[in-house]
Design a protein around this ligand. Structure first.
Ligand SMILES: [Zn+2]
Length: 414
């Protein structure tokens, strides 16, 4: 058993017990007050460990810390590491009761005897990858919050090691713990000047050893449709039914380009909301694509649909705005290819096979990259996030501590 095993396990358990669920659309700077409960714990812990420049931004619930370079003349590039403190609104995060199943034998796991909640290998075949490992589990009634507390635990444990081992040489390391990732907060309140990093990594996502430097290009088409209501008995040639036009628009989108029919690097249209009646209707449709040209073509296609509908029903019947967009982090990360090279090398050096994945979503890293801080992602190593069957192999977190330390070392060497 490695030297980080117990430390990282105990940290995850301690953090998981603190309810930090975020909520969408609260209109507040920080969506839920309870995220501060963990922020304060982390601030105090970093201080106690001896991390420098520890600061909790009380207005935005972001925790900062620094490990100054211990190389001659403070050498090395300044690199940031970001993990999020909140848990997803999809499942309860209240009274999480984490427990550890040591030396997993590959069988079904009884999470909760009284309520007969069992995690079956038939439903979750990935479990078989962790035979012989120690799993941090839930009691089947809440999520675990390994997303992203597995990353927080690994980062704090790595920082502790670095402070306690002055002979371990590294460049300047910036650490930040952020709120509201799960509700599209996208690290918007991370103060880049204070953070002071040239490049950064988010640590989030499932499966150990997976990294990504590419996310979707994204936008949302919001269509507003104006109809004209008339008594249906005398409506001939006059009535314009906005609800019908909404359906017609959705019918114009290529049928198979949908989230439920696509995977890998394929993009899609996702008409997720249709509302309205005769006088007024609206359609909200997400557009996602990895490829820049395809992404633009999808946007143009929607504009052409709107044009065609206006030609048919009269100018001004349908209008569209594009909103909630972000661009793939690839645009920024490609400018600093060493970020991906070093990450890959660090994963490899720790005996893990690096696997690249194009991330079918957005991350804090896409938003940070767009703000000019290139930020690829390293997986946190959890499984079944956002649900009651979430779990984290302790050995995955342990490896991530090693990978982080190796990465800090590589940045010092280069
Ligand atoms: Zn996450």
């Amino acid at each position: 058993m490695g030297e980080f095993h117990d430390k990282v396990r105990d940290r995850l358990i301690r953090y998981a017990r603190i309810d930090t669920q975020s909520l969408p659309n609260t209109g507040k700077v920080v969506s839920t007050e309870k995220q501060y409960d963990l922020a304060r714990v982390l601030r105090d812990e970093l201080l106690e460990i001896g991390v420098s420049d520890v600061w909790l931004d009380e207005a935005h619930c972001v925790v900062y810390g620094t490990l100054p370079s211990n190389l001659p003349e403070g050498k090395g590039r300044s690199v940031g590491y970001v993990a999020h403190m909140d848990t997803a609104p999809d499942a309860s995060g209240t009274e999480v009761k984490p427990w550890v199943l040591e030396n997993y034998d590959g069988g079904d796991i009884v999470l909760n005897k009284e309520q007969n909640i069992v995690m079956r290998t038939a439903d979750y075949p990935n479990l078989m990858n962790y035979v012989g490992q120690d799993l941090v589990l839930t009691d089947g009634t809440t999520l675990l919050g390994g997303d992203d507390k597995a990353a927080v635990a690994a980062l704090v444990t790595a920082a502790e090691y670095a402070v306690q081992h002055p002979e371990f040489k590294h460049g300047p390391v910036q650490i930040a713990f952020t709120p509201d990732e799960e509700v599209a907060g996208l690290a918007k309140d991370l103060d880049l000047e204070r953070f002071g990093a040239e490049t950064a990594y988010t640590i989030d996502g499932d499966y150990l050893g997976v990294y990504s430097y590419e996310t979707f290009n994204a936008t949302e088409a919001q269509l507003t449709i104006r109809g004209l209501a008339v008594h249906p008995g005398t409506a001939k040639g006059i009535l314009i039914n906005a609800a019908e036009i909404a359906c017609e628009f959705v019918g114009m989108l290529p049928k198979m380009d949908r989230p439920e029919y696509t995977e890998g690097r394929e993009g899609y249209y996702f008409p997720h909301t249709i509302q309205g009646g005769v006088e007024h209707a609206m359609v909200h449709c997400l557009i996602r694509d990895f490829d820049d040209v395809n992404f633009r073509m999808r946007r143009n296609y929607i504009e052409r649909c709107v044009e065609a509908l206006n030609k048919k029903y009269g100018e001004g019947t349908v209008s569209v705005i594009f909103t909630n967009g972000y661009l793939s982090m690839k645009h920024e990360v490609d400018k600093v290819p060493h970020t991906v090279e070093y990450l890959k090398r660090a994963i490899q050096d720790c005996g893990v096979e690096p696997r690249v994945s194009a991330f079918r979503g957005g991350t804090d890293g896409s938003a940070l990259s767009q703000r000019g801080l290139p930020t690829p992602n390293l997986s946190a190593g959890y499984e079944n996030a956002h649900g009651r069957f979430e779990y984290v192999p302790v050995q995955a977190m342990e490896k991530n501590v090693e990978i982080l330390l190796r990465l800090w070392e590589i940045y010092g060497e280069e």
